[in-house]
Design a protein around this ligand. Sequence first.
Ligand SMILES: C[S@@+](CC[C@H](N)C(=O)[O-])C[C@H]1O[C@@H](n2cnc3c(N)ncnc32)[C@H](O)[C@@H]1O
Length: 211
Amino acid sequence: MDTETVQKVYNNYAVFYDILFGIITDPGRASAIKRLQLRPDDKVLEVGVGTGLSFPFFPSYCHITGIDLSEEMLRRAHKRIETLKLSHIAVERMDASRMAFADDSFDAVFAAYLITAVPDPWGVLSEIKRVCKKGGLIVLVNHFKSNNRLISSVETTISPFCSKHLGFRTDLCISLILNDRELKLIDRRRLSPISLWEIAEFRNMKGQPWI
Ligand SMILES: C[S@@+](CC[C@H](N)C(=O)[O-])C[C@H]1O[C@@H](n2cnc3c(N)ncnc32)[C@H](O)[C@@H]1O
């Protein structure tokens, strides 16, 4: 998966993205945003904001910045901001693995269904830590590779196809993030016992590994 492929796939998805991924993935967005414990005037970054399906779940007393690679997804996010008159939200085109923001720009960072859709998850995590204030919350909602051997072997097998044609990989282990000593796990839970997705909440301990 490379940046060009990701842009192309999501530019193509944009027209029917909300129909395909709206209702079934909304509970993840809603629960994850609650975990951010947002306070008035908090500055929040949403990485890989897509068409802005998360927007209704953010409180209007915060300042939300969304970034994404795909112009077509962003066009829909812009439209949602206009239609719903969401003056506390702004979006712009930016590669999450090379963000233009200064260090410590945000109080909290949120990423829904993103980390398996980026060509360079390690680079993106490193950028998320850089732009988030030390001690800030980083909340991800995503599918990660199963612990079940049969399911994980299927996920490994289909991952190259999914990366190339569907814009996400299925073989990413959550250990990538859990092994990062600058990210302290606060909570990790499945949306439901049978859900494909889980919410993982971390405190940014950059510069001060917690073990
Ligand atoms: C599965 S969609 C999730 C969109 C949105 N977060 C949601 O909840 O519907 C993944 C998004 O990540 C974006 N993306 C992938 N790689 C990216 C990168 N390196 N930088 C910024 N956005 C990226 C894609 O363009 C796409 O909009």
